[in-house]
Design a protein around this ligand. Sequence first.
Ligand code: SAH
Length: 353
Amino acid sequence: MPGPYDLTRDELARLLEGEPAYRARQVWDGLPARVQRPAEMTELPPPLRASLETALPPALREVSRRSADGGQTTKWLWALEGGARVETVLMHYHDRVTVCVSTQAGCAMACQFCATGQAGFQRHLSEGEIVEQVAAAMRAARPRRLSNVVFMGMGEPLANYDRVWGAVVRLHGAMGLSARHLTLSTVGMVPGIRRLATESLPVNLAVSLHAANDALRDELVPVNRRYPLRELADACAAYVAASGRRLSIEWALIDGVNDRGGDAAELAVFARPLAAHVNLIPLNPTPGYAVVGSPPARVRRFRDQLTDLGVNATIRVTRGVEIDAACGQLAASAPRPPAGADGVRLVPGRRGR
Ligand code: SAH
């Protein structure tokens, strides 16, 4: 059964057969624009509300919700139809409210240092499952308005292109988010980047680079063996030219691996012609990768080296580390249940933490 945000207009019309025609519009508009559950649509007669509530159960079942950073960061663990689990992270900043959504359960890209990559691929999320994460965040953010969506949760967005792009169009149209506040992040799927360059909505593009020489990147981000740096740079240039948006480069600083002066110099050679902005993220700990993040002084030195080389770089403030909600830590393992809680049933065979 599709979730409420996967429903097509025709499917909704069929559900509402026998009702006046304007009902379909009320529900169609109300679901995304006001992010309402059918039970909250007070303009509908109560029996219809009740029957729609039963006919359109949420696609995401909340398994747990945890918060950190003094309530400024919230992480949900959701169970999807079929048992897969994904996470969503909501972050309040003084000037914006951002949600980080998952696009796949697991990930096939196998980046060694990323908890999602360590766990492997389970399945693609549907368009509605992606949109519903944003809807949940919009509701939880109130009275503040959710302003930004980053496709930086579990999964590789450009490996699930059609559904992700469908969600982008929905978020932009029916849910009123501006394209400049939507960011797709990719390991560097060149065909996806080239396709993005043909779309009419100029969303932001972030590329998770982490290494700017092919030998090291082949190791850290295995998809580089298929789409090496030269091809990636060309595709990024095409996107920047087509969209007019500034490119971001994500760089997780790994102690002694990609945080030396030579690494900064290689990164500068890649970033400068693209006029890209570099986000530096000290590597967050994950269960399957032994090397640690660069110490704060090295992170600052790396930033300064980039600045001296004419590259715009900022150090990203990490959110949610203590609830494993930070970059690269999303793995959809069940949280340790607090004493006395009824406990979350672990899916057999899933890796715990
Ligand atoms: N697959 C996409 C979307 C995920 S975004 C992509 O890779 O871009 C998640 C971001 O966190 C990526 O930039 C990823 O490289 C980064 N990341 C992964 N593991 C990390 C870790 N352990 N510490 C810090 N950042 C990490």
